[in-house]
Design a protein around this ligand. Structure first.
Ligand code: ADP
Ligand code: MG
Length: 700
């Protein structure tokens, strides 16, 4: 029988194991650095490295790696064996030093750097993130000790997703700490951002997957007519999990539990073949690491079940794509959640100030938040009636919105919806109880009781950027509030005024209606809220004066770092769409058109044969005409696609090139797809060169 309690964390060098393996004094030092920051002494690092290696080797490890998260959005690793020089007797001892634990020097020249690297050496550094535990990865390579690290250039510039995230966690800690102190929490030592990401994914049969170059090269289908059935019966969401998928989920959970990932919830999602996994929330950087492990493990375990896991935001046209609901909250180390309305008026007031600050942050930096959730695949989802629109707004729920409305109108909120009894508190603010109102699935940023749920994030993307941005923008709002409140003579009055001021000024960001509706798009425009339609249109929000001021003030990004990220984003877009275009050209030229041409020949032969036999061949003839017409259209679009793709490569500036791909190449890709999908509906299925949507989505 499976003992989950024993299994959980068995491949992680947890705090518990450190306690067991380390001398007391060294453990104390490690704990101090984890809790309060700072650096481990070299002496202690050596002891930790040895203990870590001993534990790893006892568990079969032969290698270690500094595991990091470059700007590719996935993880990177280079394995080094614990092997050392043999001694004179030819005997070798497995070793691992403190220096090797703390710092690595991978060559950075083959990772995206957005120009940062050109001016510096190729050398990059990885530095141990002591707050995220080391773990063992086990696969065909053997057992590898993975040390979570941050990755930066020779001059300390961030080349990864982790470094800015860690910096943003320090910023939010510092600023939120000022707020909780003002409200009398003297016991707390720090404030931590917590994240629980819900991960959506598709599973398809591996053999069929391998017959689709589009899935292999671009992660999504670039051709494909709709199956007769989609998601219209609403029978897949929360439906009974099929045996083969169930076996996958069981295996996946076990692998994740071993890695200390608290996989908690699993269910079928809206689209056929779509599923979801949600872990229990944890500290932001660990949640980011674990989300990467979840995605990686999903792919690995799928392979064992002869399945392929599709993490792309839009693998199939016509049915829902996949996202990642990023649940985010702030808590003190002594157990208070800043997003919990609390039991007493005092807590309520702190809560309302926090909400006011978040309203201010999200309204002021709606563009940055939108940017943080954009990637190439997500362009297919946002605003497409299956995911939030590209417009950022906040859903507070009826009850909380009513409080905001009263506060804005009169400066007081003396009643609470649903006849909740109000206790008269220290000011005119109500004793507010946990939101009990309905959910709003269409909102990109929704308050859900004691956390905000950022629903825009794409399924394939790292969640580092959204959380870095959230931490940064809220830190700024807290900082500005604390600057005022720390100087206030009458604290209660000052808080009251500040809440009213922020809520009044930023009320426009609240929207409780249907975010999928066309009316909202118009209403948002009237309110002056940004509506940034695509990923590349969002890129330059990173270097507006407002953004640079924010990120530099809290030491999260320097201006060159932001500029380098812009460059990487444009490059990523260009490369991704180029691969998609080349894949379409490849598939159309080598498989689809040849098959259709053969089909026209067999139709023509049939027409002649049938006519020769003295019978009516009008049906065959009509079909031949239709197929030939669509073939002509497809060939013309193919030629055009070849032409514009070549044209794109001659553009020098990356940003211009990105826009060319979006505005010129992508429409041609669509014009090739249309006749091909129509042909798929006519041509004999026995000769169609690849599995169809029905084969992929309904036959797992
Ligand atoms: P839903 O009702 O949206 O499914 P759940 O309560 O199941 O919400 O939680 C969804 C995700 O939110 C889970 O990963 C969960 O751990 C996470 N979550 C719950 N509370 C918090 C919190 N305070 N901060 C961050 N994430 C949270
Ligand atoms: Mg949820």
């Amino acid at each position: 029988m499976l003992n989950v309690e024993e299994l959980f964390g068995s491949k992680v060098f947890t705090l518990g194991k450190m306690k067991e393996y380390l001398p007391k004094s060294v453990f104390k030092e490690v704990k101090q650095v984890i809790d309060c920051g700072g650096e481990l002494s070299f002496a202690a690092a050596d002891v930790v490295a040895k203990a870590m290696k001993d534990w790893a080797v006892q568990n079969g490890a032969t290698h270690y790696t500094h595991w990091f998260q470059p700007l590719t959005g996935i993880t990177a690793e280079k394995h080094d064996a614990f092997v050392t020089h043999p001694n004179a007797d030819g005997k070798m001892l497995m070793e691992f030093s403190g220096k090797e634990l703390i710092k690595g020097e991978p060559d950075a020249s083959s990772f995206p750097s957005g120009g940062l690297r050109a001016t510096f050496e190729a050398r990059g550094y990885t530095a141990w993130d002591i707050t995220s535990p080391a773990f063992l990865k086990e696969d065909a390579t053997g057992v590898i000790l993975c040390i979570p690290t941050a990755f930066c250039s020779y001059k300390g510039e961030a080349l990864d997703k982790k470094t800015p995230l860690l910096r943003s966690m320090e910023a939010i800690n510092e600023q939120a700490f000022r707020i909780v102190k003002l409200f009398g929490n003297t016991e707390a030592k720090k404030v931590v951002a917590s994240v629980g990401p819900e991960q959506e994914y598709f599973l398809v049969d591996k053999t069929k997957y391998l017959q689709r170059p589009d899935l292999i090269f671009s992660g999504r289908t670039l051709f494909g007519a709709a199956a007769p059935k989609g998601q219209e019966l609403e029978d897949h969401y929360f439906g009974t999990i099929r045996e083969r998928v169930g076996a996958f989920m069981k295996d996946l959970n076990e692998e994740l539990w071993k890695l200390g990932v608290s996989a908690k919830t699993q269910h079928n999602e809206v689209a056929p073949a779509q599923h979801e996994l949600a872990p229990i929330y944890e500290t932001a950087n660990v949640a980011v690491d674990h989300n990467q492990l979840i995605m990686e493990t999903m792919k690995k375990v799928a392979g064992r079940h002869s399945l392929a896991c599709l993490l792309h935001e839009k693998p199939f046209a016509g049915v829902n794509g996949s996202g990642k609901h990023n649940n985010w909250s702030l808590g003190t180390d002594n157990g208070y959640n800043l997003l919990d309305p609390g039991e007493t008026p005092n807590e309520n007031i702190q809560f309302l100030l926090v909400v006011a600050c978040i309203m201010k942050a999200v309204d002021t930096h709606a563009d940055l938040l939108r940017q943080s959730a954009s990637d190439v695949g997500n362009d297919h989802r946002l605003g497409a009636n299956e995911a939030p629109p590209a417009i950022i707004s906040i859903f507070l729920g009826e009850q909380l919105e009513d409080v905001v409305t009263q506060l804005v109108a009169t400066g007081e909120a003396t009643s609470c919806k649903y006849g909740e009894k109000l206790r008269t508190g220290v000011s005119t603010l109500p004793d507010f109880i946990k939101d009990a109102t309905d959910r709003n699935r269409t909102s990109p940023f929704a308050f859900t009781g004691n956390k905000f749920e950022f629903r825009m994030v794409g399924s394939a993307d790292s969640i580092a950027s959204p959380n870095t941005t959230l931490n940064a923008i809220v830190a700024e709002a807290f900082c500005e509030a604390a600057d005022v409140l720390e100087k206030a003579e009458d604290f209660d009055l000052a808080v009251h005024d500040l809440i009213k001021e922020y809520m009044t000024k930023h009320q426009r960001i609240i929207f409780n209606g249907n975010g999928y509706s066309d009316e909202w798009v118009l209403e948002a425009e009237r309110r002056g809220l940004p509506n940034i339609a695509s990923m590349i249109e969002a890129v330059d929000t990173l270097t507006t004066e407002k953004a640079v001021t924010l990120f530099e003030k809290f030491k999260i990004f320097t201006k060159p770092e932001l500029e380098s990220r812009e460059e990487v984003l444009y490059e990523t877009y260009v490369k991704t769409i180029n691969i998609e275009a080349l894949t379409m050209i490849d598939m159309a030229s080598k498989s689809i058109l040849p098959v259709v041409i053969k089909y026209t020949k067999s139709l023509a032969d049939t027409v002649l044969a049938v006519q020769g036999a003295g019978c009516d061949a009008s049906v065959q003839k009509e079909l031949l005409t239709v197929v030939s017409d669509k073939l002509t259209a497809a060939k013309a679009a193919l030629d055009q696609l070849i032409k514009v793709t070549a044209e794109a490569s001659s553009i020098e500036e990356t940003k211009k090139m990105a826009f060319f791909y979006k505005d010129t190449v992508r429409p041609v890709m669509e014009s090739l797809r249309t006749p091909v999908d129509e042909l798929e509906m006519i041509v004999d299925k026995d000769i169609w060169p690849m599995p169809t949507y029905a084969d992929l989505m309904f036959e797992v």
